[in-house]
Design a protein around this ligand. Structure first.
Ligand code: ARG
Length: 582
């Protein structure tokens, strides 16, 4: 609705320009907002106030001219001027009916594909392979996946990139430890079954033995030099670690596959070239033996430009070097129009710096959009970064198991007689959905508190609440003894609650567009939560089974059916499965 109204206003502005009422060079950003109070209509704009000065008119006067020049449209029944010059629009219920009918008749719920699909590279999850994935990687994986699915649904061409940390000095330590185990005749695979334990044991050896540490450092050099033995060990290690990751993705319903992995090591051969190219462009400066790019855009406390280190004194490359190489690859080979990075907010400065260097070096086209999509830290209920009871970093797999066990207790308490097998399979879905939804429903830029009690509650903006709302619609059809495919007749919007629900249903399109543009899945969560709430009020106020006549009953069932499909589609964009009962 917003979009349609925006278009009408654009046409109006064009016509006012033609008449010389507003200057031709005015390029107002036309903003249409939903009103808080229905007495002020459904939508409002401050356009007249924005343009008043340029037009040399008072805002209310200009508002009237805008209204007089608004093209005829079935969208609106009434327009008012309010306060200092706001324009309020009252929507036409007949238009709503039409939109609902279109959505009902369409597989995609009336949501059209974008006219100009972009190639969008999304860098997400991207754990370091030396260790097991932990709760910090949860956010990137879940949020990145939801935005990816949404953009894909819009018709863009998505390329997922799992930029795993599979290179660097820790690998020397791990390889040295693998060698030691092999020398003792131990099985490597079974030792790697618990990466966390393996990493700690290797670290302990590294810290306690100078010989071991020297061997580890030596192995890094050999690995980088392409030594076959080292490379074989390294591949073996990564293989195990990547299959751990894949298990977690599959279990979480994150759409990443093995073929999406393109880790840091993939850019090794290009790093020397990155340095050479930056040098050729005159961007490199030596600082204490290291090769750096100094950027005026970023200054320290003393007001001196901050360096981005590209190559260390010993010739080694850094995280930033790899990211520069990756950007070039994403531009040249993948042909990206947009590159999105779902990475911890604490890496904000890193990304702003490498983006700036990449632009100066023309590694990306000026039109290509590079976007860091930061997220905050996962906190425990004690207000500190989330840890397990034993104080170690929480392993993702254990958290998921705990969520599923807790969901089992919850589902069982509601359905004491349900068969064990059904309880388990429902609990598995609810458990995963709860963990994901709790994360997705918060504004990603803030820290968020991990609380099993909160995420598994049936009250509030939670997965159990939404999944339950979805199953409720299914039971409506069961009670009515009608299959959705058999519904006939026109949608009739008489009751206030019917109009409210319908008004929300037709906003789905706009919400998806916002998530796609801004990378904020919580907007979709809020929408689904509000939708479920409006459905509840509608269901209480507008009896379906005791409707006045058959036409009204059919119409109400249609609204229920579209609600269910919208919930299902919305949750699926978030990467969350629905249940037919729970
Ligand atoms: N491996 C990094 C980490 O765990 C995240 C990588 C993010 N992506 C990137 N292109 N830098 O912190």
């Amino acid at each position: 609705m917003k979009q349609q109204l925006q278009q009408l206003l654009e046409q109006t502005v064009a016509s006012l320009k033609q008449q010389g009422i507003i200057p031709a060079e005015a390029e107002p950003r036309i903003q249409v907002d939903r009103t808080k109070d229905k007495a002020h209509g459904d939508l409002a704009t401050n356009l007249a106030m924005m343009l008043a000065k340029a037009a040399g008119k008072n805002p209310r006067e200009l508002a009237q001219l805008i209204i007089d020049n608004l093209p005829q449209s079935s969208l609106i029944t009434k327009v008012d001027i309010a306060g200092p010059g706001f324009i309020n629009f009252f929507l036409n219920p007949a238009w709503l009916v039409e939109q609902i009918d279109v959505a009902l008749a369409d597989e995609r719920l009336g949501i059209s594909q974008v006219e100009a699909p972009q190639t969008i590279v999304v860098d997400y999850s991207s754990p370091n392979l030396a260790k097991e994935m932990h709760v910090g990687h949860l956010r990137s994986s879940i949020i990145g996946d939801a935005v990816t699915r949404t953009l894909e649904f819009q018709g863009h061409h998505l390329i997922r990139q799992n930029h795993v940390g599979d290179w660097g000095t820790q690998f020397g330590m791990l390889l040295a430890y693998m060698e030691e185990l092999q020398a003792k005749g131990e099985e490597i695979d079974s030792n790697l079954a618990n990466l966390e334990v393996f990493y700690r044991a290797a670290k302990q050896r590294f810290d306690e033995s100078e010989d071991f540490a020297a061997r580890a450092r030596n192995l890094v050099v050999e690995l980088q030099g392409g030594d076959e033995h080292c490379n074989k060990l390294w591949r073996e290690f990564n293989e195990v670690s990547l299959s751990h990751c894949q298990e977690t993705y599959d279990r979480l319903g994150v759409s990443l596959k093995r073929s999406d992995v393109r880790g840091e090591s993939a850019y090794n051969d290009d790093l020397a070239q990155v340095v050479a190219d930056l040098d050729q462009l005159g961007l490199l400066q030596q600082d204490q033996g290291a090769n750096c790019v100094f950027l005026d855009e970023f200054k320290n406390k003393e007001g001196e430009p901050l360096p981005v280190i590209i190559q260390k004194k010993d010739g080694g490359y850094l995280y930033a070097t790899t990211d520069l190489a990756a950007m070039r690859y994403r531009q040249k080979v993948l042909n990206a129009d947009r590159v999105l990075y779902f990475v911890d907010a604490r890496q904000g400065l890193h990304f702003q710096q490498v983006f700036t260097v990449a632009r100066k070096a023309n590694f990306v086209k000026p039109t290509t959009s590079l976007e860091h999509m930061p997220f905050g830290t996962v906190m425990g209920e004690d207000g500190k970064p989330f840890k397990t009871r034993s104080g170690t970093v929480a392993k993702l797999a254990d958290l998921l198991t705990e969520a599923q066990n807790r969901a089992y207790e919850l589902v069982k308490s509601k359905n004491p007689d349900m068969a064990e097998q059904d309880l388990r399979s429902i609990a598995d879905v609810v458990g995963i959905a709860s963990v994901k939804y709790a994360d997705l429903s918060k504004n990603r830029t803030s820290d968020y508190m991990f609380s099993f009690d909160q995420m598994l509650s049936f009250e509030g903006n939670t997965a159990p609440y939404l999944l339950y709302a979805y199953t409720r619609v299914a039971s409506v059809f069961e009670k009515a003894g009608i299959a959705p495919e058999q519904l006939t007749g026109q949608v009739i919007l008489n009751h206030e609650k019917e109009i409210d629900l319908a008004g929300k249903l037709v906003q789905f399109n706009e919400v998806i567009a916002s998530v796609a543009r801004l990378g904020y899945p919580h907007l979709l969560c809020n929408y689904l939560y509000e939708l479920a709430g409006l459905f509840s009020s509608f269901y209480e106020a507008c009896s379906i089974l005791k409707a006045e006549d058959e036409a009204q009953k059919q119409s109400r069932l249609k609204l229920a059916w579209l609600t269910a499909r919208t919930l299902k589609q919305g949750l699926s964009l978030l990467g969350i499965d629905t249940l037919e009962r729970m």
